[in-house]
Design a protein around this ligand. Sequence first.
Ligand code: UTP
Length: 239
Amino acid sequence: MKVVVSVGGSVLTPDLEPDRIEAYATAIETLDEAGHSLGVVVGGGPTAREYITTARKLEANEIELDQLGIAVTRLNSRLLIAALGDRAAPAPIETYDGGREACKRGDIPVMGGTVAGQTTDAVSAALAEHLDADLLVYATSVPGVFSADPNEDDSAQRYEEISAGDLVDLIAGIEMNAGSNAPVDLLAAKIIERAGLRSIVLDGSDPGSVARAIRTGRHEGTDVIPDGVGAAPEEWDES
Ligand code: UTP
């Protein structure tokens, strides 16, 4: 199966301890050895936020802040590349074509951000669309898609399954309220919808559960199933 895994910076590098990065690399290698074709996108996490906070105080404009964020996503990508060794393309991939070329060569492309004005959520969806992936997985600090922000609203319910159209509507509503945390950004949701990408949003703190979700389809997050998307991957029935 062709899979793009989006690893939030807050789950891959909540700090600079090597163990979590090593554990993610092991999970990715296991999937690779099982015959899955993989692309990985890494977020900026707390390091990006610290840089952006400092630069904002220095009156950097929003594009400059985004550029700092992108630089940190690429730094984090290099940590994962170091842990993956020869299986990964040797440097962070900066374009979607570059990601596809790396896959064709048989390398695992690891990407950070691409352009200002978005997050790596959108990069992951665009890479998945360009690779014609069967599955897109968001391993994040939010354990799925909720009806409201679970940190602020006790009645928030996790969706086991949501259509891509409903995800777009839900996120459009959340993004109207500044400061709210959306599970993925609006551009990502729109790309998922137009590309008909089967996706999973789940808690990424345990890389083993992320790998299991890809191998078996079993997880405790949310399945995003665009209208008209085909049946679940055959491998999931056999597991
Ligand atoms: P992230 O994708 O990590 O943002 O990119 P995030 O979702 O806020 O953070 P986590 O990792 O899930 O906690 C970090 C920052 O880099 C810039 C944005 O400013 C973003 O907030 N960025 C990233 C871009 O401008 N373009 C990109 O393609 C990616």
